[in-house]
Design a protein around this ligand. Structure first.
Ligand SMILES: [Zn+2]
Ligand SMILES: [Zn+2]
Ligand SMILES: [Zn+2]
Length: 355
Protein backbone atom coordinates (compact mmCIF):
# COMPACT_ATOMS: atom_id res chain seq x y z
CA UNK A 1 0.00 0.00 0.00
CA UNK A 2 1.12 3.53 -0.75
CA UNK A 3 2.05 6.06 1.90
CA UNK A 4 -0.46 8.87 1.81
CA UNK A 5 -0.03 12.46 2.84
CA UNK A 6 -2.62 15.04 3.73
CA UNK A 7 -3.38 17.27 0.76
CA UNK A 8 -3.49 20.25 3.13
CA UNK A 9 -0.58 19.94 5.62
CA UNK A 10 1.44 17.11 4.00
CA UNK A 11 1.34 15.08 7.23
CA UNK A 12 1.23 11.28 6.90
CA UNK A 13 -2.28 9.84 6.83
CA UNK A 14 -3.67 6.33 6.55
CA UNK A 15 -5.56 4.90 3.61
CA UNK A 16 -8.67 4.70 5.81
CA UNK A 17 -8.66 8.30 7.14
CA UNK A 18 -11.63 10.59 6.52
CA UNK A 19 -9.84 13.48 8.26
CA UNK A 20 -6.22 14.45 8.88
CA UNK A 21 -5.02 13.67 12.41
CA UNK A 22 -2.71 16.72 12.35
CA UNK A 23 -4.64 19.58 10.77
CA UNK A 24 -8.20 18.22 10.86
CA UNK A 25 -8.80 18.71 7.13
CA UNK A 26 -11.48 16.46 5.64
CA UNK A 27 -9.86 13.87 3.37
CA UNK A 28 -10.97 11.80 0.44
CA UNK A 29 -9.26 9.16 -1.69
CA UNK A 30 -9.42 9.61 -5.45
CA UNK A 31 -9.17 6.12 -7.00
CA UNK A 32 -8.48 7.56 -10.50
CA UNK A 33 -5.15 8.97 -9.34
CA UNK A 34 -4.63 6.94 -6.11
CA UNK A 35 -4.27 10.22 -4.21
CA UNK A 36 -5.50 11.41 -0.83
CA UNK A 37 -6.90 14.90 -1.26
CA UNK A 38 -7.92 17.56 1.26
CA UNK A 39 -11.57 18.51 0.86
CA UNK A 40 -13.01 21.97 0.43
CA UNK A 41 -15.65 23.24 2.86
CA UNK A 42 -18.40 21.73 0.68
CA UNK A 43 -16.76 18.29 0.79
CA UNK A 44 -15.51 18.40 -2.78
CA UNK A 45 -12.01 18.55 -4.24
CA UNK A 46 -10.72 19.76 -7.59
CA UNK A 47 -7.67 18.17 -9.16
CA UNK A 48 -5.81 20.18 -11.75
CA UNK A 49 -3.35 18.61 -14.16
CA UNK A 50 -2.50 18.30 -17.85
CA UNK A 51 -4.43 21.46 -18.60
CA UNK A 52 -7.70 20.05 -17.24
CA UNK A 53 -9.43 20.34 -13.93
CA UNK A 54 -11.64 17.60 -12.53
CA UNK A 55 -14.01 18.08 -9.64
CA UNK A 56 -14.58 15.18 -7.26
CA UNK A 57 -17.37 14.75 -4.74
CA UNK A 58 -17.81 12.23 -1.92
CA UNK A 59 -19.12 8.75 -2.64
CA UNK A 60 -22.65 8.54 -1.23
CA UNK A 61 -21.54 6.25 1.64
CA UNK A 62 -18.79 8.76 2.37
CA UNK A 63 -21.26 11.66 2.46
CA UNK A 64 -23.85 9.77 4.56
CA UNK A 65 -21.82 8.50 7.51
CA UNK A 66 -18.11 8.33 6.61
CA UNK A 67 -18.62 4.61 5.86
CA UNK A 68 -16.22 5.15 2.95
CA UNK A 69 -13.56 7.75 2.18
CA UNK A 70 -13.48 7.48 -1.61
CA UNK A 71 -14.41 10.13 -4.13
CA UNK A 72 -16.23 10.08 -7.47
CA UNK A 73 -16.18 12.51 -10.39
CA UNK A 74 -18.94 15.04 -9.97
CA UNK A 75 -20.41 14.02 -13.35
CA UNK A 76 -20.53 10.30 -12.48
CA UNK A 77 -24.05 8.93 -12.93
CA UNK A 78 -23.47 6.44 -10.09
CA UNK A 79 -23.53 8.06 -6.63
CA UNK A 80 -21.25 5.34 -5.25
CA UNK A 81 -17.50 4.92 -5.67
CA UNK A 82 -15.88 2.00 -7.54
CA UNK A 83 -15.79 -0.01 -4.31
CA UNK A 84 -19.24 0.80 -2.88
CA UNK A 85 -20.98 0.25 -6.22
CA UNK A 86 -20.03 -3.42 -5.95
CA UNK A 87 -22.49 -3.87 -3.09
CA UNK A 88 -25.56 -5.97 -3.82
CA UNK A 89 -26.75 -6.31 -0.21
CA UNK A 90 -25.61 -4.48 2.91
CA UNK A 91 -26.57 -5.49 6.46
CA UNK A 92 -29.69 -4.17 8.21
CA UNK A 93 -28.24 -0.99 9.72
CA UNK A 94 -31.11 -0.67 12.22
CA UNK A 95 -29.64 -3.62 14.12
CA UNK A 96 -27.26 -2.30 16.81
CA UNK A 97 -23.64 -3.00 15.94
CA UNK A 98 -24.22 -3.77 12.28
CA UNK A 99 -23.03 -0.41 11.00
CA UNK A 100 -19.69 -0.75 12.76
CA UNK A 101 -19.15 -4.30 11.47
CA UNK A 102 -20.12 -3.26 7.97
CA UNK A 103 -17.75 -0.28 7.98
CA UNK A 104 -14.86 -2.58 8.95
CA UNK A 105 -15.70 -4.85 6.03
CA UNK A 106 -15.87 -1.92 3.63
CA UNK A 107 -12.45 -0.66 4.72
CA UNK A 108 -10.86 -4.03 3.88
CA UNK A 109 -12.85 -4.31 0.66
CA UNK A 110 -11.39 -0.99 -0.49
CA UNK A 111 -7.91 -2.44 0.04
CA UNK A 112 -8.80 -5.36 -2.21
CA UNK A 113 -10.27 -3.03 -4.86
CA UNK A 114 -7.15 -0.83 -4.70
CA UNK A 115 -4.88 -3.86 -5.25
CA UNK A 116 -6.98 -5.22 -8.12
CA UNK A 117 -7.09 -1.84 -9.85
CA UNK A 118 -3.35 -1.41 -9.37
CA UNK A 119 -2.79 -4.82 -10.98
CA UNK A 120 -5.01 -3.85 -13.89
CA UNK A 121 -7.72 -6.38 -12.99
CA UNK A 122 -11.26 -5.53 -13.99
CA UNK A 123 -13.50 -4.57 -11.05
CA UNK A 124 -16.68 -3.77 -12.95
CA UNK A 125 -19.82 -4.35 -10.90
CA UNK A 126 -22.44 -6.91 -11.86
CA UNK A 127 -24.86 -4.03 -12.39
CA UNK A 128 -22.72 -3.00 -15.38
CA UNK A 129 -21.55 -6.31 -16.80
CA UNK A 130 -23.12 -9.70 -16.29
CA UNK A 131 -19.89 -11.47 -15.39
CA UNK A 132 -18.90 -8.63 -13.07
CA UNK A 133 -18.42 -8.56 -9.32
CA UNK A 134 -20.94 -8.06 -6.49
CA UNK A 135 -21.01 -8.42 -2.72
CA UNK A 136 -23.64 -9.57 -0.23
CA UNK A 137 -22.83 -8.65 3.37
CA UNK A 138 -25.18 -10.76 5.45
CA UNK A 139 -25.81 -11.48 9.11
CA UNK A 140 -26.81 -14.85 10.53
CA UNK A 141 -29.76 -13.35 12.36
CA UNK A 142 -31.00 -11.27 9.41
CA UNK A 143 -34.69 -12.28 9.09
CA UNK A 144 -34.66 -11.57 5.35
CA UNK A 145 -32.19 -14.36 4.88
CA UNK A 146 -33.20 -16.66 7.72
CA UNK A 147 -34.23 -19.37 5.27
CA UNK A 148 -30.58 -19.69 4.38
CA UNK A 149 -29.66 -20.60 7.95
CA UNK A 150 -26.09 -19.71 8.78
CA UNK A 151 -24.53 -17.33 6.31
CA UNK A 152 -21.54 -18.97 4.68
CA UNK A 153 -18.77 -16.81 3.31
CA UNK A 154 -18.22 -17.83 -0.29
CA UNK A 155 -18.39 -17.07 -4.02
CA UNK A 156 -20.99 -17.93 -6.63
CA UNK A 157 -20.67 -16.68 -10.23
CA UNK A 158 -19.24 -13.29 -9.27
CA UNK A 159 -21.39 -12.79 -6.17
CA UNK A 160 -19.22 -12.84 -3.05
CA UNK A 161 -21.04 -13.39 0.25
CA UNK A 162 -19.39 -12.35 3.49
CA UNK A 163 -20.83 -13.13 6.91
CA UNK A 164 -20.54 -9.81 8.77
CA UNK A 165 -19.61 -11.70 11.97
CA UNK A 166 -16.13 -11.98 10.40
CA UNK A 167 -15.71 -8.27 11.22
CA UNK A 168 -16.16 -9.01 14.95
CA UNK A 169 -12.66 -9.83 16.25
CA UNK A 170 -13.95 -12.13 19.01
CA UNK A 171 -16.16 -14.12 16.62
CA UNK A 172 -13.34 -14.33 14.08
CA UNK A 173 -10.93 -15.59 16.73
CA UNK A 174 -13.46 -18.26 17.79
CA UNK A 175 -13.80 -19.38 14.17
CA UNK A 176 -10.04 -19.37 13.77
CA UNK A 177 -9.62 -21.61 16.81
CA UNK A 178 -12.44 -23.92 15.72
CA UNK A 179 -10.81 -24.34 12.32
CA UNK A 180 -7.28 -24.52 13.80
CA UNK A 181 -6.09 -21.79 11.44
CA UNK A 182 -2.90 -19.78 12.09
CA UNK A 183 -4.24 -16.84 10.11
CA UNK A 184 -7.75 -15.49 9.58
CA UNK A 185 -8.40 -11.90 8.54
CA UNK A 186 -11.16 -9.96 6.83
CA UNK A 187 -8.78 -8.89 4.09
CA UNK A 188 -7.73 -12.53 3.65
CA UNK A 189 -11.40 -13.45 3.05
CA UNK A 190 -11.79 -10.74 0.42
CA UNK A 191 -8.60 -11.78 -1.33
CA UNK A 192 -9.54 -15.47 -1.22
CA UNK A 193 -13.06 -14.98 -2.60
CA UNK A 194 -11.75 -12.66 -5.32
CA UNK A 195 -9.55 -15.59 -6.36
CA UNK A 196 -12.66 -17.63 -7.21
CA UNK A 197 -14.08 -14.67 -9.15
CA UNK A 198 -10.92 -14.18 -11.21
CA UNK A 199 -10.56 -17.94 -11.81
CA UNK A 200 -13.88 -17.75 -13.70
CA UNK A 201 -12.60 -14.76 -15.67
CA UNK A 202 -8.89 -15.44 -16.20
CA UNK A 203 -8.55 -19.25 -16.10
CA UNK A 204 -11.76 -21.08 -17.06
CA UNK A 205 -12.28 -19.52 -20.51
CA UNK A 206 -8.58 -19.23 -21.45
CA UNK A 207 -5.50 -21.19 -22.38
CA UNK A 208 -4.45 -21.10 -18.73
CA UNK A 209 -6.97 -23.81 -17.83
CA UNK A 210 -4.88 -26.85 -18.76
CA UNK A 211 -1.60 -25.65 -17.19
CA UNK A 212 -3.64 -24.63 -14.13
CA UNK A 213 -5.03 -28.17 -13.85
CA UNK A 214 -1.56 -29.62 -14.09
CA UNK A 215 -0.35 -27.53 -11.19
CA UNK A 216 -3.41 -27.26 -8.92
CA UNK A 217 -5.24 -30.47 -9.87
CA UNK A 218 -8.41 -31.13 -11.84
CA UNK A 219 -11.18 -28.86 -10.54
CA UNK A 220 -13.84 -31.13 -12.09
CA UNK A 221 -13.65 -33.48 -9.10
CA UNK A 222 -16.82 -33.14 -7.00
CA UNK A 223 -16.51 -29.95 -4.99
CA UNK A 224 -19.17 -30.78 -2.38
CA UNK A 225 -17.72 -34.22 -1.69
CA UNK A 226 -14.19 -32.83 -1.47
CA UNK A 227 -15.17 -30.22 1.10
CA UNK A 228 -17.22 -32.73 3.05
CA UNK A 229 -14.20 -35.05 3.18
CA UNK A 230 -11.98 -32.14 4.23
CA UNK A 231 -14.21 -31.22 7.16
CA UNK A 232 -14.70 -34.90 8.14
CA UNK A 233 -11.13 -36.15 7.92
CA UNK A 234 -8.98 -33.03 7.90
CA UNK A 235 -6.21 -32.39 5.37
CA UNK A 236 -3.61 -34.93 4.30
CA UNK A 237 -0.80 -35.08 6.83
CA UNK A 238 1.86 -33.79 4.42
CA UNK A 239 -0.19 -30.77 3.25
CA UNK A 240 2.60 -28.35 4.25
CA UNK A 241 4.84 -29.83 1.55
CA UNK A 242 2.32 -28.97 -1.18
CA UNK A 243 -0.13 -26.29 -0.06
CA UNK A 244 -0.08 -22.80 1.41
CA UNK A 245 -2.76 -23.79 3.95
CA UNK A 246 -4.62 -26.87 5.16
CA UNK A 247 -7.78 -25.55 3.50
CA UNK A 248 -5.98 -25.29 0.15
CA UNK A 249 -5.65 -29.10 0.24
CA UNK A 250 -9.44 -29.54 0.14
CA UNK A 251 -10.02 -28.98 -3.61
CA UNK A 252 -8.09 -27.50 -6.59
CA UNK A 253 -10.39 -24.44 -6.60
CA UNK A 254 -9.54 -23.74 -2.97
CA UNK A 255 -5.84 -24.29 -3.66
CA UNK A 256 -6.06 -21.71 -6.43
CA UNK A 257 -8.02 -19.22 -4.27
CA UNK A 258 -5.61 -19.62 -1.35
CA UNK A 259 -2.59 -19.19 -3.64
CA UNK A 260 -4.18 -16.16 -5.32
CA UNK A 261 -4.95 -14.62 -1.96
CA UNK A 262 -1.39 -15.20 -0.81
CA UNK A 263 0.02 -13.64 -3.95
CA UNK A 264 -2.03 -10.46 -3.36
CA UNK A 265 -0.82 -10.43 0.26
CA UNK A 266 2.81 -10.65 -0.89
CA UNK A 267 2.55 -7.92 -3.55
CA UNK A 268 0.65 -5.51 -1.32
CA UNK A 269 3.02 -6.04 1.62
CA UNK A 270 6.15 -5.77 -0.56
CA UNK A 271 4.70 -2.57 -1.99
CA UNK A 272 4.21 -1.15 1.53
CA UNK A 273 7.82 -2.02 2.43
CA UNK A 274 9.03 -0.51 -0.84
CA UNK A 275 7.15 2.74 -0.19
CA UNK A 276 8.73 3.01 3.26
CA UNK A 277 12.17 2.29 1.83
CA UNK A 278 12.57 -0.81 4.02
CA UNK A 279 15.76 -2.71 3.27
CA UNK A 280 15.40 -6.37 4.10
CA UNK A 281 18.90 -7.62 3.55
CA UNK A 282 20.17 -6.94 7.07
CA UNK A 283 23.10 -9.35 6.92
CA UNK A 284 24.15 -8.12 3.49
CA UNK A 285 24.33 -11.71 2.33
CA UNK A 286 22.91 -11.18 -1.12
CA UNK A 287 25.58 -10.20 -3.58
CA UNK A 288 22.88 -9.13 -6.02
CA UNK A 289 21.09 -6.93 -3.50
CA UNK A 290 19.93 -3.80 -5.28
CA UNK A 291 19.43 -0.54 -3.44
CA UNK A 292 15.73 -0.25 -2.75
CA UNK A 293 15.54 3.12 -4.53
CA UNK A 294 16.60 1.38 -7.74
CA UNK A 295 14.10 -1.45 -7.46
CA UNK A 296 10.86 -1.23 -9.39
CA UNK A 297 7.64 -0.87 -7.46
CA UNK A 298 6.61 -4.49 -6.64
CA UNK A 299 3.32 -3.82 -8.42
CA UNK A 300 5.35 -3.30 -11.60
CA UNK A 301 8.01 -5.99 -11.04
CA UNK A 302 7.65 -8.73 -13.64
CA UNK A 303 10.52 -10.91 -12.35
CA UNK A 304 8.88 -13.33 -9.92
CA UNK A 305 12.16 -14.70 -8.54
CA UNK A 306 13.25 -11.20 -7.65
CA UNK A 307 9.97 -10.60 -5.81
CA UNK A 308 10.44 -13.80 -3.81
CA UNK A 309 14.05 -12.98 -2.95
CA UNK A 310 12.78 -9.74 -1.41
CA UNK A 311 9.82 -11.41 0.24
CA UNK A 312 11.55 -14.08 2.31
CA UNK A 313 13.79 -11.73 4.37
CA UNK A 314 10.91 -9.27 4.75
CA UNK A 315 8.75 -11.95 6.40
CA UNK A 316 11.47 -12.64 8.97
CA UNK A 317 11.75 -8.92 9.68
CA UNK A 318 7.97 -8.62 10.05
CA UNK A 319 7.82 -11.50 12.49
CA UNK A 320 10.74 -10.14 14.52
CA UNK A 321 9.05 -6.73 14.69
CA UNK A 322 5.82 -8.33 15.88
CA UNK A 323 7.64 -10.41 18.51
CA UNK A 324 9.33 -7.23 19.74
CA UNK A 325 5.94 -5.69 20.49
CA UNK A 326 4.71 -8.91 22.08
CA UNK A 327 2.43 -9.92 19.24
CA UNK A 328 2.01 -13.15 17.36
CA UNK A 329 3.92 -13.61 14.13
CA UNK A 330 2.50 -11.41 11.38
CA UNK A 331 3.39 -14.09 8.86
CA UNK A 332 2.75 -17.62 10.14
CA UNK A 333 3.55 -19.35 6.86
CA UNK A 334 6.35 -21.44 5.42
CA UNK A 335 6.51 -21.66 1.64
CA UNK A 336 7.41 -25.11 0.27
CA UNK A 337 8.79 -25.24 -3.28
CA UNK A 338 5.48 -26.40 -4.89
CA UNK A 339 3.71 -23.50 -3.17
CA UNK A 340 6.21 -21.01 -4.60
CA UNK A 341 5.62 -22.57 -8.01
CA UNK A 342 1.88 -21.98 -7.65
CA UNK A 343 2.46 -18.37 -6.59
CA UNK A 344 4.65 -17.97 -9.67
CA UNK A 345 1.79 -19.28 -11.80
CA UNK A 346 -0.61 -16.72 -10.29
CA UNK A 347 2.01 -14.04 -11.00
CA UNK A 348 2.13 -14.98 -14.68
CA UNK A 349 -1.66 -15.04 -15.01
CA UNK A 350 -2.07 -11.65 -13.30
CA UNK A 351 0.73 -10.00 -15.30
CA UNK A 352 -0.18 -11.69 -18.57
CA UNK A 353 3.27 -13.28 -18.85
CA UNK A 354 3.96 -16.51 -20.74
CA UNK A 355 4.06 -19.70 -18.69
ZN1 LIG B 1 -3.42 17.69 7.36
ZN1 LIG C 1 -17.60 4.47 -1.48
ZN1 LIG D 1 -12.90 -20.66 -1.40
Amino acid sequence: MKIFTCGSCSGAVYFENTACMSCGAGLGFVPDTAQMVALDADGSATLVGNGTSTRYIKCSHHAQDNGCNWMIRDDDADPYCVSCRLNNTIPDLDVPGHRELWHRLEAEKRRLVFTCMRLGLDVSPKSVREDGLAFDFLADEDPTFSERGRVLTGHDAGLITINIAEADPAARMRMREQMAEPYRTILGHFRHESGHFYWDRLIAPTGWLEPCRQLFGDERQDYGEALEAHYQNGPRSDWRDHYISAYAASHPWEDWAESWSHYLLIIDTLNTAWNFGLQTDPLHVRADAVEIAQRPNPYDETDFERLMSQWMPLTVAMNCLNRSVGQEDAYPFALAAPVVQKLGFVHRVVRGLPL
